[in-house]
Design a protein around this ligand. Structure first.
Ligand code: ADE
Length: 244
């Protein structure tokens, strides 16, 4: 944890090297260099007590695979914060968790600190859930080998909401999901490419018409490809779609 950062994230994993790329590239690398956010990755094996540094064991009751034991997780967390009780909001990644969405990302980004625990899909001792997790989070209805990819997704989504990270503060807001609609289509030069022209309205210089067109496009696109998001948005509008 570094003093001054807006958000301090600790990650616990058996594959610390997994995070080397995602954490140093692009937006996250810049945000960390600027001290806006810290991400410290901790190797679960460092908290193992035997000479083989083992962190897993056979499942009670039998069955395939190995189960990550509770001891190393608790030892590591106590080492980081002094006690279990002093830990920050703690996310354990598991397919049985709450589905990650932008409201949850916004909630987590508002915390001063986060602890992310990466499990392994085959198994993590239930007492890790009971003793350490304040939140169980899934990034979708599919099975990953472990929580590392999910942690990388969460870190990126949360980091871009930390003030100062996006450079242009506006771009954190005017986009997909922030008001429950998907993003409108974007164009840059050339005005015509392979027979496809940029819509005339975007070249008109008329800000009011541009804003109206973008809104209509966002609504139409959401209605076409994400009826679930459209229905929720429509309900928030009091059931009225102004574009219809
Ligand atoms: N671990 C395994 N599968 C996962 C998923 N879909 N989301 C989060 N953590 C996981």
């Amino acid at each position: 944890m570094t003093a001054g950062a807006r958000l301090a994230i600790d990650v616990v994993t058996i594959f610390p090297e997994y995070f080397d790329g995602p954490l140093s590239a692009s937006l996250l690398g810049r945000a960390r260099s600027a001290g806006l956010l810290t991400v410290d990755v901790h190797d679960l094996r460092a908290a193992a007590t035997d000479r083989h540094r083992s962190v897993d064991d056979l499942p009670f009751g039998g069955g395939p695979g190995m189960v990550l034991a509770p001891g190393p997780f608790v030892t590591l967390v106590e080492g980081l914060y002094g006690s279990i009780e002093a830990r920050p909001r703690t996310v354990l990644f598991t397919p049985r968790g709450r589905r990650l969405d932008q409201p949850l990302v916004q909630e987590l980004a508002a915390e001063p600190a986060l602890l992310l625990l990466c499990g392994r899909y085959e198994g993590i001792d239930e007492r890790v859930h009971q003793l350490l997790a304040t939140d169980e989070v899934s990034i979708g209805d599919y099975v990953l080998a472990g929580g590392e990819a999910a942690a990388a997704v969460l870190i990126e989504a949360v980091a871009r909401l930390v003030p100062g990270v996006m450079g242009n503060e506006a771009s954190g807001g005017d986009e997909s999901f922030t008001d429950g609609l998907l993003e409108y289509p974007q164009y840059t030069r050339p005005a015509e490419f392979r027979g496809l022209a940029v819509p005339e309205v975007l070249r008109s210089g008329h800000h009011g018409r541009v804003a109206e067109w973008r809104r209509e496009q966002a609504v139409a696109r959401t209605r076409a490809v994400r009826p679930d998001l459209y229905a929720a948005w429509l309900a928030r509008q009091g059931g009225r779609d102004p574009s219809r």
